[in-house]
Ligand binder design. Structure first.
Ligand code: ATP
Ligand code: MG
Length: 372
């Protein structure tokens, strides 16, 4: 296990500033996922941690020991950092069988033969690829090779495991299985894991913490549920969640310790205890009300607190139904569990729990009212 701290890390490729003042603490035993769109700097961050890239500024420590100090031009050798890296491209040794690929690092560590054999078996079992033990990499599919690469990393029992999109070549079903396996590996080995993905479902389901990147910067570091419930700005809210969160334009005013908000769908009065630390303008200001599709409940009958809206379209998908709704000029989506069928243009009644609603300052795009 190990604790990693990144302080003020900057990385340039020529004039391209690809990591901007990255500050991140990965606690002992964390499953930290670096999440963000393509090109935002996730792989570069892993390469900096592993020692394959030298940042121009900043400090990195592992268990308190400096591995990078850019001011002193000090960069510890990758082999001195006690970590193991699995790349997006899995780079198995082509002239070695699966067994030899996995055993190679263990032989270098001079482990006893029986220990090596049992570690190889165990790693193959975890990744469900025991039957390929005597095959060469070119006799395996991309997904199988990817699992061998993970098995190889796991077998060496690293105190820090770095994984760069290790499930990218797997089909949807195997990916779900492997998410469970990685979760178990994390728990059983107690290894600190840094995991890179652009797939938010992967990030949400496995991580203890998520570091959300945008264009070389860290926008938010939080536990998965906190990130889902309270994205820090509109961009983060838009990125997290599928189907996307609904945004409704509105007006807000903060006075007498209350935030009063109205949008075409509804109006709300929130307590100051639900507010974030963001400063809010005095007087009326533009805001964005954000509501997750699953928080919009549809009823066919009117009732207390229910708001009449029109059905624009239905998208039944078996286990769930997405219903497009409209009121005035605002369109929004509701997600219902199971099969629901409404007539197009039918009037239905929606109810939304105010505590589940987020409010953003439209000018700064920052979260001002939290959901709980
Ligand atoms: N060796 C390099 N030389 C120059 N620019 C690079 C190099 N490696 C990466 N970059 C640039 O740095 C930025 C961050 O790249 P990085 O590979 O970290 O992105 P990523 O978040 O891992 O994306 P993806 O999800 O597509 O893998 C990109 O703009 C990329 O073009
Ligand atoms: Mg990458």
């Amino acid at each position: 296990m190990s604790r990693i701290e990144l302080k003020h890390i900057d990385k340039y490729y020529g004039n391209n500033h690809v990591l901007r003042d990255i500050n991140l603490v990965i606690e002992d035993g964390d499953f930290m996922t670096l999440l963000g769109p393509s090109g935002c700097g996730k792989t570069t961050t892993l390469r900096v941690v592993s020692g394959l890239e030298k940042p121009q500024n900043g400090v990195m420590t592992i268990d308190g020991e400096e591995m990078i100090n850019a001011d002193l031009a000090y960069y510890a050798e990758p082999s001195k950092r006690g970590l193991n890296l699995v790349f997006q491209s899995y780079a198995l040794w082509p002239h070695m069988t699966v067994r030899e690929n996995i055993a190679f690092g263990l032989k270098i560590q001079k482990l006893p033969k029986e220990e090596i054999a049992s570690r190889v078996q165990e790693a193959l079992r975890m990744m469900r690829i025991e039957e390929y033990i005597d095959r060469y990499p070119n006799e395996l599919s991309g997904g199988q090779q990817q699992r061998v690469a993970i098995a190889r990393a796991v077998a060496s029992n690293p105190k820090l495991l770095l994984l760069d999109e290790p499930l990218s070549n797997l089909d949807a079903r195997l990916r779900v299985d492997m998410r469970s396996e990685l979760q178990r590996i994390h728990k059983e080995l107690g290894t600190t894991i840094i995991y890179v993905t652009h797939d938010q479902v992967e990030a949400m389901t496995m991580s203890t913490k998520i570091a959300l990147f945008k264009a070389g910067e860290l926008s938010q570091v939080a536990a998965p549920m906190e990130l889902y419930m309270n994205p820090i700005d509109l961009e983060a809210a838009d990125f997290i969640g599928n189907p996307r969160i609904n945004f409704l334009e509105g007006k807000a005013i903060y006075e007498g310790g209350k935030l009063r908000v109205r949008c075409e769908l509804d109006s709300y009065v929130f307590d100051s205890s639900d507010m974030t630390d963001e400063e809010v303008p005095s007087g009326e200001f533009d805001c964005v009300v954000a509501i997750r599709p699953e928080q919009i409940h549809i009823f066919e009958e009117p009732g207390e607190g229910r708001i009449p809206v029109q059905v624009y379209a239905n998208q039944p998908a078996g286990s769930e139904t997405l219903v497009s709704l409209r009121t005035g000029n605002s369109d929004f989506l509701s997600k219902q569990i199971g099969l629901a069928q409404y007539a197009l243009d039918q009037t239905v009644y929606v109810s939304i729990a105010p505590e589940k609603v987020n409010v953003y300052n439209a000018a700064t795009t920052r979260l001002i009212k939290r959901a709980r």
